[in-house]
Design a protein around this ligand. Structure first.
Ligand SMILES: [Fe+2]
Length: 315
C-alpha cells in the first residue's frame, strides 16, 4: 500500500498523526502550542545589571585575557530566561567592554549595527570608524552602523569602560549575518575628527537637555541605523514619568544619576552605568532621586517599519 493510501484509510486521528509525523507534517488543529495569542507574551523578563559588578569582573578579565586572545574583552548581559545565553531582549544585546592602557582591539566589520555609551575613559581612548579616529569620553555615544569598519584603542593611562549595544539577536533571527576581519588587522587612521555624525558628545547632550522638563527625550542620530533608535532622557528628582508600554524593546543605561524604574510591578533601583532591560509590552516608569540622564536604546524603527509598533499608556 502506498503512503498516500495508508493516509487516506487512517482509521483514527491517532493513527493519522502517527502517519503524518515522519512526513514532517502536523495537524494544525492539535498543536501543543497555539500560534496566535491575544497580546504579546512575557517571553523576556525585566532585569537590571550593575556596573560596579561588571567593572570588577572586567578588571579581573584584564588580568586574565588580553586583546590578542579576545576579539573584544566584553561581558554579555543575557536575559535570565531558560534557554537564553545571549540576548538582552528579543532583538538587542548589551555588553560591558573594557580596554586597558596601550591595548588595541582589532578592526572588523559586520552586518549587525553597533554602538557604545562610554562610561569611564580618560583622554586617549578612541574608536576608529571607517578610518576616522574618534576620541571618546564618559557620556559620549559612538555609532558603528552595519558594515562599517571599527576598532578601538586606548592611549590613556587608565582602563576605558563602555557599554556596547548591538542588534545581533535580530540578525540571528533573520539570518543575514556577515563578518569580516580587517585585512590589515588594525585599520589605518585617515583622519582624526573633532566632529562626526558617528559621535554624540556628552557636552552636546548636556547642552541639548538643559532646561527641558523631566521625561523629555532627545534623539541621537536620526536614521543613522536602520534597526535601532537612540535617545537621551532627562529625569528630574522625584518626578515620575508616565507609565507606558510599547511593542518595542527598550534597554536603558544610566548615563548620570540614580533612581528607580518600576517594570510590570517590579522595582529596580539603579545608579550610573547600570543597564535595565525593559522587554516588549512591559509597562514601566522611571523616577530619579537626583538629576539623572538615561540613555535609551530601542528597536522601535524595526517595529515602526513593519507596522507593528503599538503603545499603551498606564498599567
Ligand atoms: Fe564589532
Amino acid at each position: 500500500m502506498t503512503l498516500a493510501s495508508e493516509l487516506r484509510q487512517a482509521g483514527s486521528l491517532d493513527e493519522l498523526y502517527r502517519l503524518l509525523t515522519p512526513l514532517n507534517t502536523g495537524p494544525g488543529w492539535n498543536k501543543p502550542m497555539p500560534s496566535l495569542w491575544d497580546q504579546p507574551r512575557k517571553t523576556f523578563v525585566p532585569y537590571c545589571w550593575r556596573y560596579d559588578q561588571a567593572k570588577a569582573a572586567l578588571d579581573a578579565a584584564g588580568r586574565l585575557i588580553n586583546t590578542d586572545l579576545a576579539e573584544r574583552r566584553n561581558l554579555i548581559l543575557f536575559n535570565p530566561v531558560p534557554g537564553n545565553d545571549y540576548a538582552t531582549t528579543r532583538t538587542l544585546l548589551a555588553a560591558y567592554q573594557m580596554i586597558l592602557p596601550g591595548e588595541r582591539a582589532r578592526s572588523h566589520r559586520h552586518t549587525p549595527n553597533a554602538l557604545r555609551l562610554v562610561l569611564d575613559a580618560e583622554d586617549g581612548a578612541y574608536t576608529i570608524v571607517d578610518g576616522v579616529k574618534l576620541y571618546m569620553r564618559a557620556g559620549d555615544v559612538l555609532l558603528t552602523p552595519n558594515w562599517s569598519w571599527h576598532g578601538h584603542g586606548n592611549e590613556s593611562p587608565a582602563a576605558a569602560y563602555w557599554i556596547d549595544f548591538l542588534d545581533t539577536p535580530l540578525i540571528h533571527a533573520l539570518e543575514p549575518m556577515f563578518f569580516e576581519s580587517h585585512p590589515k588587522q588594525y585599520e589605518p587612521v585617515s583622519e582624526i575628527a573633532s566632529h562626526s555624525p558617528m559621535r554624540f558628545t556628552w557636552e552636546d547632550t548636556m547642552q541639548r537637555l538643559d532646561q527641558l522638563p523631566t521625561g523629555t527625550q532627545i534623539p541621537l542620530g536620526g536614521s543613522a541605523m536602520a534597526t535601532i533608535a537612540l535617545s537621551m532622557m532627562l529625569l528630574q528628582p522625584g518626578v515620575e514619568t508616565q507609565t507606558h508600554r510599547t511593542t518595542a524593546n527598550n534597554i536603558y543605561a544610566v548615563a548620570q544619576g540614580g533612581g528607580v524604574t518600576v517594570i510590570d510591578g517590579e522595582s529596580f533601583s539603579w545608579t550610573r552605568g547600570d543597564v535595565i532591560a525593559v522587554p516588549a509590552w512591559r509597562p514601566h516608569s522611571h523616577c530619579a532621586n537626583e538629576e539623572s540622564i538615561m540613555f535609551r536604546v530601542t528597536d522601535e524603527p524595526v517595529l515602526e517599519k513593519l507596522s507593528l509598533l503599538r503603545r499603551k499608556i498606564g498599567n
